[in-house]
Write a protein that binds this ligand. Structure first.
Ligand code: ZN
Ligand code: ZN
Length: 333
C-alpha cells in the first residue's frame, strides 16, 4: 500500500512533521508565508444528508457554483430525498464548503467524513478526481426503489437502528448469532470486509432489491443483522428495505467502515483494505492491514484493483502490479 493511501490520521501526522520542519530552520519574517504554503493539505470528503428537497435543481445550481468557486472536484448527487457527495481539494477550501453547505437548513445535519487525499495539482485542485459533476437524479443512492424510500426532516423513515463502532462491539459480544451484511458491491468486499460477513452477489446497488426478494437471505430474518457500507449512506436505504421485507432486527453501522476504521483501525472486527470510488483506489487504516485480495491473474495476495480492460465495462478486478490489468469473465478474449 503506498503511504498516500492511508487515512486522515496518517495525513495529519505527515502534515505536523512538515509544519515543525518548516519552523525549525526558518526564522525570517517571510517564514510565515512559506509556512502557509507548506500546509496546503490534500483531503477527500465523503458526505450525505437525507432530507426533503423541494427544489433539487436550485440546490444543484448553488452547489455547482460553490464548488467551482472553491476549486473542488468530485461528484455530487441530489434528489428530492437529499444530497450525496464526495469531493477532493485543499483542506481550507473543503472546510469552507462544509460550513457554507450546513447553513442550508436541510443540510444542517450533514454527515461528513474526512480522509487523506493523494495530492494537489499546481492550482490546488485534487489529483484524485478528474472533474466536478453535480447532478439531479431520482435517487441519491441507486437502489432502483425511489418510490419505496420515505424521508422526513429527521432522515430516512423506518431505517435500521444505528450503531456506533463501540455499540457494534457491545452487540457483537452479547449476540453470537450476529450477522454482518455487506451493503456494497461484491467486488468491493474482495479486498476488505467484516469478519465472517455475508457478501451478497451483487454487481451494483440496483441488484439488492432482487437479491432480497429472491429469498436467499430469508434464513437471516430472525437473526440480528448489521448492515455496513463505506460511509453509511447505502445502509440508510438498505436497512429500511430489509425491515420492510420482514427482517426482524436490522442495525446499521453509523458512519460506515470509514468511521469504524478511525475508531478501531485493524485491531477490531474489520479486515483488509477499503475500496474507494476515486483515484486512490483503496485505503487502509493502519500499517498492519490484512491483505485479503487474490490476483485474478496469478493468485498472489494484493489489494490492488483495476478496471476491466474493456473500456465500456465497469467491472473492477483484483489484479497485482505484475499482471497489470485483466478482463472480466464476460470480456475475456
Ligand atoms: Zn498477478
Ligand atoms: Zn468487463
Amino acid at each position: 500500500m503506498p503511504s498516500h493511501c492511508r487515512t486522515s490520521l496518517n495525513g495529519r501526522r505527515t502534515n505536523l512533521r512538515a509544519l515543525t520542519g518548516q519552523r525549525s530552520y526558518d526564522h525570517r519574517p517571510s517564514g510565515r508565508l512559506a509556512y502557509d504554503e507548506a500546509v496546503a493539505v490534500p483531503k477527500v470528503l465523503l458526505f450525505y444528508a437525507f432530507a426533503p428537497l423541494p427544489d433539487p435543481e436550485a440546490v444543484r445550481l448553488w452547489q455547482r457554483e460553490l464548488c467551482e468557486r472553491l476549486n473542488l472536484r468530485g461528484r455530487i448527487l441530489l434528489s428530492p430525498h437529499g444530497i450525496n457527495g464526495t469531493l477532493g481539494g485543499e483542506l481550507g477550501s473543503l472546510k469552507r464548503y462544509v460550513r457554507v453547505t450546513k447553513e442550508y437548513a436541510a443540510f444542517r445535519e450533514l454527515d461528513v467524513k474526512w480522509s487523506g487525499g493523494s495530492g494537489l495539482n499546481p492550482d490546488n485542485s485534487s489529483v484524485d478526481f478528474p472533474r466536478l459533476t453535480v447532478k439531479v437524479r431520482d435517487e441519491i443512492v441507486s437502489f432502483g426503489a425511489p418510490d419505496e424510500l420515505r424521508v422526513d426532516d429527521r432522515g430516512v423513515v423506518g431505517g435500521g437502528s444505528r450503531l456506533d463502532p463501540r455499540a457494534l462491539h457491545a452487540l457483537a459480544a452479547e449476540r453470537d448469532d450476529l450477522v454482518f451484511f455487506d451493503g456494497r458491491n461484491r467486488f468491493e468486499a474482495e479486498i476488505g470486509r467484516f469478519k465472517d460477513a455475508v457478501v451478497p452477489d451483487v454487481a451494483n446497488t440496483r441488484e439488492f432489491v432482487e437479491a432480497l426478494d429472491s429469498g436467499v437471505y430469508d434464513h437471516l430474518k430472525d437473526r440480528p443483522v448489521v448492515t455496513y457500507c463505506t460511509g453509511g449512506i447505502r445502509c440508510e436505504v438498505l436497512s429500511s428495505l430489509m425491515l420492510s421485507r420482514g427482517f426482524q432486527a436490522v442495525y446499521q453501522l453509523d458512519g460506515g467502515i470509514v468511521r469504524y476504521g478511525e475508531a478501531f483501525g485493524d485491531d477490531g472486527l474489520w479486515e483488509g483494505s477499503l475500496y474507494v470510488f476515486d483515484g486512490r483506489g483503496s485505503m487502509t487504516f493502519s500499517d498492519h492491514a490484512a491483505v485479503l485480495g487474490r490476483c485474478e491473474g496469478c493468485g498472489s495476495p494484493t489489494s490492488r484493483m483495476r478496471n476491466c480492460t474493456d473500456l465500456s465495462c465497469r467491472e473492477q478486478l483484483v489484479v497485482c502490479e505484475d499482471c497489470g490489468q485483466r478482463s472480466c469473465a464476460s470480456h475475456a478474449a
